[in-house]
Design a protein around this ligand. Structure first.
Ligand code: TYD
Ligand code: MG
Length: 464
């Protein structure tokens, strides 16, 4: 019985505590506990103790309907795994203002245009506001069914009536509340209770439900963290405020890949799908400047070329600065250590800044070589060839190791007009028309770039 009295729930991580305390033992956050009514027993109107008999079914066999429904937005489908699975529930997270509502109104409109029933429930905006946005997006004639509602029971009752919708958007889960739970909307208990009810409805009816969840950094609003375990897929919509690019990424996906990204551009008339992101990420290059290298990367199955920018400048600080945007800081430390230890590059007296252009975030170790090239290029004040791409993993011994999918990387580079590539030895067989410079050790690349720097200074008559 004691569980029923656990009434202090951490609003950050969802841990339950028996009494109030200043610090949550679960996540270490301060002042996040708030008193919430204990859950009523789960399941609608069931007496405890007595179970209902149900039929077990074979693994084979399925419904007559297509199990997946493409949304009509290719970039969205790429991330979900070619469409929405019947009865699945997706959570779409992202910072406020990033464009979640815009993306989903476009997705529902695309479905409705193809004759599927799509419903958009807004708990944050009035129907008129949603209409206003749709008008701006040029979608006002799409047959999307709209409502501004927050009661989960009312929503489920309404949607159970008549033909089951194919897609239901709940914007956002934090604004929903259910009678099953006695606490204020927005609390973890309510978010969890509402999500549970909607998930049950999706599984029962076969509709696909997309829950929108706001993620706040300080954990003030009950985060949708607790919901992540309950849903089939967690998508995150990311982007830098100052950039127009938005990236849709699957963090968890029971029915598809988790390494694909969808790329969008926020324009004055909504989100535009970007079918060839490399062109976008390379569109504003500083050609011929020292400190930039083009990395031939792979996101999921798609090659993606992106510029890596580095600035290495003498420091006036006792501890030099290491700042990195869009890449793993510990990977940067590793590359810097290898440069110092094996390539004779002294960086102790320099601040180092590294940036991935366009607001993209790279996770691949294959970016090591491009990052190292950009760093050395900046330090030696030696511009890298503007028509060259770089990829390869750097090991702690200073060796350059082969990476997966070289052929796809080189093919994409050739397609975009690049003429040469600096890559590990193993890429030779797949050069695809590019002039390939094979590197086996980081030291030889550093020597090459330094020589370019010296040659450049000589020709400009600055050698001294
Ligand atoms: P929104 O979808 O409301 O974000 P979220 O639901 O994630 O909070 O998008 C809000 C931002 O998008 C807002 O800053 C304005 C911008 N925007 C455009 O630039 N163009 C458009 O066509 C629309 C509808 C929004
Ligand atoms: Mg919104």
């Amino acid at each position: 019985m004691s569980k029923r009295h656990l009434a202090f729930i951490c609003q950050n991580c969802g841990a339950a505590h028996g009494r109030w305390q200043g610090k949550c033992e679960g996540c270490g956050e301060w002042n996040t506990l708030s008193e919430e009514g204990a859950d009523r027993p789960a399941g609608p109107g069931r007496k405890p103790g007595k179970g209902r008999l149900f039929a077990l079914e074979p693994l084979s066999g399925g419904g007559a309907d297509a199990p997946r429904l493409a949304s009509g937005m290719a970039e969205f489908d790429r991330v979900t795994g070619s469409g929405f699975v019947r009865g699945s529930v997706l959570l779409l997270g992202g910072d406020p203002g990033i464009g979640k509502s815009t993306l989903l109104i476009q997705a529902t409109a695309a479905l409705a245009k193809r004759g599927e029933r799509a419903v958009y429930i807004s708990g944050e905006e009035a129907v008129a506001q949603v209409r206003l946005r749709a008008e701006r997006l040029g979608l006002s004639n799409a047959a999307v069914e709209l409502a501004a509602e927050t009661s989960v029971e009312d929503i489920i009752a309404t949607l159970s009536d008549g033909k089951t919708p194919r897609l239901i958007v709940i914007d956002s889960i934090q604004t929903m509340w259910t009678d099953m739970v006695e606490s204020a909307p927005g609390t973890v208990t309510q978010v969890r209770g509402s999500a549970q009810a909607l998930i049950r409805f999706a599984k029962r009816s076969g509709a696909t439900v997309i829950l929108v969840g706001h993620v706040t950094k300080d954990g003030q609003i009950a985060g949708p963290r607790v919901v992540e375990h309950m849903v089939d897929a967690v998508l995150s919509f990311e982007g830098e405020g100052s950039h127009q690019f938005r990236i849709l990424r699957a963090v968890k996906n029971r029915f598809g890949p988790t390494d694909e990204i969808g790329v969008f551009e926020m324009t004055g008339s909504g989100l535009r799908e970007v079918a060839n992101p490399s062109e976008l990420f390379l569109s504003e290059r500083d050609l011929g400047q020292p400190g930039t290298a083009v990395f031939a990367g792979i996101e999921g199955t798609r090659p993606l070329l992106v510029e890596i920018q580095a600035l290495v400048a003498p420091t006036s600080l006792g501890t030099p600065r290491r700042a990195v945007v869009g890449w793993d800081p510990s990977r940067l430390s590793m590359v810097l250590a290898v440069l110092e230890a094996h390539c004779g590059v002294r960086l102790g007296g320099h601040d180092v800044y590294l940036n991935v252009a366009g607001g993209l975030r790279i996770n691949e170790p294959a970016a090591d070589l491009a990052a190292a090239a950009a760093l050395v290029s900046s330090l030696a004040n030696a511009p890298l060839p503007a028509d060259g791409v770089y990829f390869g993993e750097v090991s702690l011994s200073g060796a350059v190791r082969p990476v997966a999918q070289s052929a796809a990387r080189l093919k994409e580079a050739a397609k975009l007009g690049f003429a040469c590539a600096v890559a590990p030895e193993a890429a030779r067989a797949e050069s695809g028309g590019l002039k390939l410079t094979e590197v086996t050790s980081l030291a030889s690349l550093v020597a090459d770039i330094a020589a370019r720097g010296n040659a450049g200074r000589k020709s400009r008559g600055q050698d001294g």
